[in-house]
Design a protein around this ligand. Structure first.
Ligand SMILES: [Fe+2]
Length: 180
């Protein structure tokens, strides 16, 4: 029997995804500054996204991904991903907390918003009809793994039309929520 090395390694403890067929991109602050109530003047890296997939975007195929959300604050407002609904509402997703601390903001199609705590080992099942956004409430990188169907699609436009119901701030070490 032939035994081969895996083509991709997810360095869970201290690293990121490495290997063949990995796609990645980096977001800088100016690309997402509209998300925040008050903008920063500088332009740091705010998050990195890695994903791994093989084959086609067909029903039954899967992606594996990693989001690294930096501890960047905009006048006390916590760093967040853009957030999205899935285009295909039948496609759920699993998030997996790897490092750091934060929140998974969840919102249904009527705009009701709630959150789950994210930390090392936390596991989150996200229904296909629920919008999802990660928020870093800590002082180190928030690393979250994800597994989702390649046919799910990302609907960012729906979030621009109806934003999540709360903004998240950290003031004097305390997490605070403000209704939009
Ligand atoms: Fe998703």
């Amino acid at each position: 029997m032939k035994v081969i090395e895996p083509s991709v390694i997810h360095h869970i403890q201290n690293g990121v995804l490495e290997g063949k067929d990995i796609e990645s991109y980096t977001k800088r602050y100016h690309e997402v500054n509209y998300l925040y109530e008050k903008q920063r003047e500088d332009d740091p890296i705010v998050y990195e996204v890695y994903s791994y997939s093989k084959g086609k975007d067909i029903l039954g195929n899967l992606n594996w991904g990693l989001t690294v959300l930096k501890p960047v604050y905009s006048h006390n407002e916590c760093n967040m991903t853009k957030g999205h609904f899935h285009v295909n509402k039948d496609c759920a997703e699993i998030y997996f907390g790897i490092a750091g601390v934060g929140l998974l903001l969840l919102m249904d199609e009527e705009g009701h918003t709630w959150a789950e705590k994210v930390y090392e080992g936390s596991l989150h099942h996200i229904d296909g009809r629920i919008a999802h956004r990660l928020v870093n409430t800590g002082d180190e990188d928030l690393k979250v793994g994800a597994c989702w169907p390649t046919s799910a699609g990302h609907d960012y436009h729906a979030i621009e039309k109806r934003e999540f119901g709360y903004r998240v701030y950290k003031r004097n070490g305390q997490i605070e929520f403000e209704k939009r």
